[in-house]
Design a protein around this ligand. Structure first.
Ligand code: COA
Length: 171
């Protein structure tokens, strides 16, 4: 590649953004309408909150439309009582090219005591699209803290696993 090609490829890559620019928090007070037959929060409702919280961090990084392409397996560690506050913290762990992994941590707060407990964690992959639903190359994400660097590294392993799974599903 000549100088002109190098210059063009540098210009095509959007500048990087720090992880902290995508950090998001989303909270929901659980209501009776969202309960399962035992009177605690319906799991599908929590999954909806996770998708929403993840999309906030993804959109803050991409500053364009984002769609969920995959959600890794989720475990619910404890029931969430109706009337408790669900707090979801999300940030972009790693950008690949047109896709990015977002991590979401779910906590539940008892509003009477202030005690917060970890309920679940999830990894979602979002793809950035333009108005014509064409994929867009994302700005790289820059991990700064030790925690962010660890998540960045681990996201690479998770992506390899996901893409292997996708190939298997294709048959
Ligand atoms: C997301 C979508 C645009 C991807 O289109 P596609 O032509 O299949 O795109 P590709 O195969 O080139 O994949 C695009 C990116 O997603 C990644 N990707 C695709 N499938 C993936 C999976 N199962 N897990 C993780 N990443 C995945 C690819 O690796 C690629 O990433 P990269 O550019 O960072 O390397 C398309 O599948 C779609 O529109 N899906 C529906 C999305 C949606 O509506 N979500 C809401 C659910 S109702």
């Amino acid at each position: 590649m000549g100088w002109w090609g190098i210059l063009n490829s540098v210009q095509d890559t959007p500048p990087g953004k720090a992880v902290r620019e995508s950090i998001s928090e989303y909270s929901e007070l659980t209501l009776p309408n969202d309960s399962n037959s035992l009177g605690s929060l319906f799991g599908g409702k929590l999954m909806q909150y996770v998708d929403l919280a993840g999309s906030l961090a993804a959109a803050r990084h991409a500053r364009t439309a984002v769609v969920t392409v995959s959600v890794d397996s989720m475990t619910f560690l404890r029931p969430v009582a109706i009337g408790q506050l669900v707090i979801l913290r999300s940030s972009v762990n790693r950008v690949f090219r047109t896709s990015m992994e977002v991590g979401v941590k779910v906590l539940v707060e008892d509003l009477r005591t202030g005690q917060q407990d970890h309920v679940s964690s999830a990894y979602l992959t979002f793809v950035a699209l333009d108005q014509e639903r064409r994929k867009i190359v994302l700005p790289p994400v820059i991990p700064e803290t030790q925690e962010e660097i660890r998540r960045y590294g681990e996201a690479g392993d998770r992506r390899a696993y996901r893409l292997r799974q996708k190939e298997r599903e294709k048959g």
